[in-house]
Design a protein around this ligand. Structure first.
Ligand code: IZC
Ligand code: ZN
Length: 415
């Protein structure tokens, strides 16, 4: 068979395929990087890839040839934790934040998440859609081709469903694939302050509707001191599982509440944040398939501790990296910046970082058979960076290194 498109003269082709571990490598440095690589695409899929001369059997007179000019090519980046769909912004809390008022104190006085809830309730579905599209356009320009998107700024039935419907429409109305997560358990709204049980019931009552209308694939809870207890979270997760939703958790972000241990117990896809994870939590993740999804932009923005990434990786835990894009604790859609912070602050190494935003991010959203690496039969999602090696992309921080972005074999962004 011949290819529709061949990208050749790739200086470093990060296929992201897992190799067997070599001596001296961490449990996350085992990804393949080919020098002088090529990729052949047929329709929306990768049909071949390799190093050296492009085999002539792949080329016919209609094949389009694209010279990568010695640049780096990687799988499309995956942002596996975002609060994409919301109304408003929270710069009115910024001064308090930089002067040290804790995130949970702002929430307790009705600000934080609850102020975004107000703005999201007030916005129409179309307004939320337009705002999210604009954000996704920026993400795409930064090399992101798949995004996980949570509800959780409605905290009432109508608005939670409105957010999930926006996720659904986004999948039809722009290029990035959206993986939808129901997170009605993001905070307890003021009107249920003294009736938490009733609020939890109200959110769980949405599960049959969400299942019937296929509005979400994942279920998430903010398991945190002052938000939802570990017991409450466990009860909700078990209920969501009955409706076929896959599980992920906001775990051990500010205080340790044994969220990582709960993730292992309930066979979740990911445990996210983990700035306050304990040694027992690390042990639990090590012996599980749960991906530790780290969000260092949040530590950066809140001025908090960073998650102990080195300790996790050196103990064999598989790590992903995401933006946590949201209007409070991480108002940036720049996954490249998050990768740079991971290098500078988490001391993650270049290969580990690229594995974290490709293959491991795909695992955390249950998509590793379709995306996350450049392999035959996978979707042709890839990025050409204006860089000759992966180290350069991490070292030159705060700028966008993307040259061209392809989604399903189509050029969707060009510098
Ligand atoms: O809006 O503050 N941590 N949820 C849990 C968030 C951050 C989003 C927000
Ligand atoms: Zn979050």
């Amino acid at each position: 068979m011949n290819a529709d498109l061949i990208v050749y003269n790739i200086g470093q082709l990060v296929t992201g395929r897992e190799l067997s571990l070599k001596d001296g490598e961490s449990s996350m440095e085992n990804i393949e990087i080919l020098e002088n690589g090529y990729i052949a695409i047929s329709g929306n899929e990768i049909m071949a890839f390799g190093a050296g001369e492009v085999p002539s059997k792949l080329v016919k007179f209609t094949t389009k040839l694209l010279d990568a000019e010695g640049c780096v090519v990687t799988p499309g980046l995956i942002d596996s934790h975002t609060h994409l769909v919301h109304g408003g912004s929270r710069e009115n809390e910024f001064l308090d934040k930089i002067q040290g008022v804790p995130y949970l104190d702002i929430l307790e006085r009705g600000g934080g998440i609850l102020s975004t809830v107000k703005a999201t309730r007030e916005a129409t579905e179309d307004e939320l859609l337009d705002k999210a599209k604009k954000t996704l356009r920026t993400m795409l320009s930064l090399g992101v081709t798949t995004v996980e998107s949570k509800s959780g700024y409605g905290l009432d039935s109508e608005t939670e469903l409105k957010q999930l419907k926006v996720n659904e429409r986004l999948n039809h109305e722009q290029e990035i694939e959206i993986v939808s997560t129901f997170m009605g358990a993001h905070a307890v709204p003021k009107e249920y302050e003294n009736n938490r049980e009733e609020f939890i019931k109200k959110m769980l009552d949405l599960l049959p509707i969400i299942k019937e209308r296929k509005l979400a694939e994942f279920f998430d809870v903010f398991c945190e001191k002052g938000v939802f207890t570990t017991e409450e979270s466990k009860k909700m997760f078990k209920e969501a599982k009955k409706y076929g939703l896959k599980l992920r958790i906001h775990a051990d972000e500010i205080e340790n509440t044994k969220g990582a241990e709960l993730a292992k117990e309930l066979h979740m896809y990911s445990a996210d944040h983990l700035m306050a994870i304990s040694d027992e939590g690390i042990k639990a993740l090590k012996n599980s398939k749960v991906i530790a999804n780290l969000l260092p932009g949040t530590s950066f923005s809140l001025g908090k501790e960073y998650a102990p990434a080195r300790k996790m990786i050196d103990n064999g835990v598989q790590v992903a990296l995401s933006t946590d894009y949201n209007p409070g604790s991480c108002p940036t859609e720049n996954l490249q910046l998050i990768m740079q912070i991971a290098a500078l602050k988490l001391k993650m190494r270049p290969k580990e970082i690229f594995k974290a935003v490709t293959l491991n991010a795909a695992r955390s959203i249950g998509r590793e058979k379709k995306i996350g690496s450049i392999e035959e039969g996978k979707k042709a999602d890839f990025v050409i960076f204006d860089a000759k090696n992966i180290e350069y992309i991490l070292y030159r921080f705060g700028v966008n290194h993307t040259k061209q972005v392809f989604k399903n074999g189509c050029l969707v962004y060009k510098k």
